[in-house]
Design a protein. Structure first.
Lengths: 321, 360
């Protein structure tokens, strides 16, 4: 991996983490009035996968989508303004955190009904095939989406038609407060895709280099062989399911469990790795951090100063012209 | 003058699909059995020979998944036409239709849209029962962002279908199976019938009768009977249930002062209730009598023709209700019914016409 890529991976993860931490800081002001599903602890998957994509590749996501949006190159101003419900938000304030979009980078959309965007990625791949485009489709979803019927319907069709889709399952072990063990039998999620004749791999989702390498290999294969691939990444959500706080007080998982995963922080691990191997200097890291904190402050300022949509926006866009 | 070209409803739909596939290279049609030897009751027959398997597609029985796949294709430049042989099966796709297709344009601030037609079929008779002959149009008319279309003639079927494929929104296009054998004038080539416009099919002054889809045929039959009795009804074919052309209906009721609506769906919470509400909200002081609706009773559909005989409303029910609204004496109504219904007596109620043979 060249230095530019390594820096870009760090930059992506740092941007995602900083954005989420900023939301944690500002959410208690009660001005972002929409559900937020933070991805702190899961940054490596989005960064490692999206680093391998071109602008033309399509990305679809779910309710926990900030990382995917930012890693694909989505505008941070559009994200924050959307959370504040402002007309300058990426969805003009109509979507909130759960409905992000940035077509300028082919982030086609994120929605919170589990599994809902999985077939869309398959359909976008079908569309690319029909139109002779060479791009691929990527969809991010969590472990619980695998329990939905539509997940299997989508994999079945992608496999049948040999469509260029990369399925990314971020297995963070919980659906809201319900652990995986109460929802699925004791088997690897990655094994399910094999039942649909889809090549499937499992990897540590908190190691961005491993994520990057596996995604790179898989994406090259999809582009060459025109077939779908399924990747399961093991990772962990640090904060509560929805909202800015820690939730070990609820008792469904222990403080020790969270602390164990915090030690596996993808960002800290990668930073240590870059510094110890003298790939980057602390000065370069400081420069990246500084630039990102400015970018985020500008986005906060932009979001707070933007207006709400005017009254006449309410009836707009029920139908497309 | 040359005789006007007549086509069956099925042929009109097939011709419209053919023209859309020809004129819009980004369109494709997909559905269970679409390219098969029966071709969706003939409406997609042999299209695969002309346009190939990449544009005329069969599909796995994954209604929700394929709907999502069509949405994904629509979001990235295609114009999918998704066909379900019975509306009962679209219930499996409600998630993608209601949560995603209907809302996408609005919830993403008008940035992207979903040009997609979901064509589906409703019906009645031949013992299709509770799960193969539901008339669920009202479900879809409840959802903002969808357009719901139900033609009643071959001409409108073709023109509205082409308009639907050209439209940039998700459209629920509903055929009534009992229209499939009717014939009517259909021009050659491409033409559009505007979405969101009802059609006055008979001008009149005594009562406004608005109807959807197959019930328009019943309204015409009833009209022929009451005309002979000196009643002058105004008939409106609603054609687009959503967005509803309430202006045309309201204007008519302001003139006639009486209103009746015919729909093939259930009564409670049904589409007819919505039309009556619009009428009452807007013409209350013009009304000479309370508006009436003729729909299905709030009962699942039985299979046996021993019971469907009492289940489906018919021409007789329409005639009776109209004459009651016009304050006819019950004896006079009875005599009109017995006189006019003699001819109708031998027509079974569980097949569309006497030429029909099963299976459906």
């Amino acid at each position: 991996m060249d230095k530019k890529t390594q820096l870009s991976l760090f930059q992506k993860m740092y941007l995602i983490r900083s954005m989420e931490e900023k939301i944690v800081e500002l959410y208690p002001e009660q001005e972002m009035r929409c559900p937020v599903h933070l991805c702190i602890g899961q940054e490596a998957v989005a960064a490692g996968v999206c680093e391998n994509l071109t602008k033309e590749d399509y990305v679809f996501s779910n309710h926990r989508s900030h990382a995917h949006y930012l890693a694909k190159g989505g505008d941070p101003k559009g994200l924050l303004a959307e959370l504040y419900g402002k007309v300058t938000g990426c969805s003009r304030g109509r979507g909130g955190s759960m409905h992000l979009i940035d077509l300028s980078v082919n982030f086609i959309g994120a929605t919170p009904i589990l599994g809902g965007t999985i077939p869309m990625a398959v359909g976008a791949a079908l569309s690319s095939k029909m139109q002779g485009k060479g791009n691929i489709s990527v969809v991010f979803f969590g472990d619980a989406a695998v329990e939905e019927g539509i997940f299997h319907e989508s994999l079945n069709y992608a496999s049948l038609r040999k469509l260029p889709v990369l399925f990314i399952c971020e297995n963070n072990l919980y659906s809201v407060q319900t652990p995986l063990s109460k929802r699925q039998p004791n088997r690897k999620i990655s094994s399910v895709a094999i039942g649909h004749s889809i090549k499937s791999y499992r990897e540590d989702g908190n190691n961005v280099v491993k994520v990057y390498d596996l995604a790179k290999k898989s994406i090259n294969k999809i582009r060459k062989a025109h077939e779908p691939i399924f990747l399961e990444f093991l990772t962990y959500r640090w904060r509560e399911h929805c909202g800015p706080y820690y939730d070990y007080n609820l008792g469904y998982r222990s403080k020790e469990e969270i602390e164990k995963w915090e030690k596996q922080c993808p960002l800290k691990k990668y930073k240590r790795n870059l510094l110890s191997k003298n790939i980057v200097t602390s000065k370069e890291i400081e420069q990246i951090s500084h630039n990102i904190s400015i970018e985020i402050e500008e986005a906060v300022d932009f979001a707070k100063k933007s207006s709400f949509p005017p009254r006449n926006e309410l009836e707009k866009f029920v139908y497309s012209e | 003058m040359a005789k006007k070209r007549e086509l069956k409803y099925t042929e009109a739909i097939k011709e419209a699909t053919d023209l859309c596939l020809k004129e819009y290279p980004t369109s494709f049609i997909i559905g269970p059995g679409v390219p098969d030897p029966k071709g969706t009751f003939g409406t997609t027959l042999k299209l695969v020979d002309k346009y190939g398997q990449d544009r005329v597609l069969d599909m796995p029985l994954s209604e929700n998944g394929i709907t999502g796949i069509c949405i994904g294709a629509a979001l990235t430049g295609m114009r999918p036409i998704l066909v379900h042989q019975r509306i009962d099966f679209t219930l499996l796709a409600l998630d993608e239709i209601v949560n995603n297709a209907a809302k996408w344009h609005y919830m993403f601030g008008g940035i992207s849209s979903i040009p997609m037609v979901v064509r589906t079929i409703i019906g009645r008779g031949w013992g299709q029962g509770s799960q193969h002959s539901q008339n669920l149009q009202a479900l879809y008319t409840h959802i903002p962002g969808l357009k719901v279309i139900m033609p009643s003639t071959p001409y409108d079927a073709k023109g509205l279908f082409i308009s639907s494929v050209v439209d940039n929104n998700p459209i629920i296009f509903i055929d009534h199976r009992w229209l499939y054998n009717i014939t009517g004038y259909v021009p050659e080539g491409t033409y559009q019938v505007p979405i969101g416009k009802a059609k006055i099919i008979r001008k009149g002054s005594d009562i406004t009768i608005a109807s959807t889809s197959y019930m328009t045929l019943e309204s015409i039959k009833a009209s022929k009977i009451i005309e002979k009795e000196g009643v002058d009804p105004e008939l409106i074919d609603i054609r687009t249930l959503k967005p509803l052309d309430s202006d045309t209906i309201i204007k008519s009721v302001r003139k006639t002062g009486r209103f009746m609506v015919l729909d093939s769906g259930w009564k409670s919470g049904g589409f007819a209730s919505e039309v009556i509400t619009k009428v009452v909200e807007n013409t209350f002081t013009n009304l000479k009598t309370s508006p009436q609706r003729i729909c299905l009773p709030d009962i699942p559909t039985p299979t046996t023709r021993g019971l469907t005989r009492y289940y489906y409303p018919n021409t007789k029910d329409i005639v009776q209700t109209v004459l009651k609204m016009l304050e006819w004496k019950s004896n006079d109504i009875k005599s009109v019914i017995s006189k006019s219904m003699k001819r109708e007596k031998n027509i079974p109620w569980d097949i569309p016409d006497l030429t029909f043979t099963g299976p459906f």
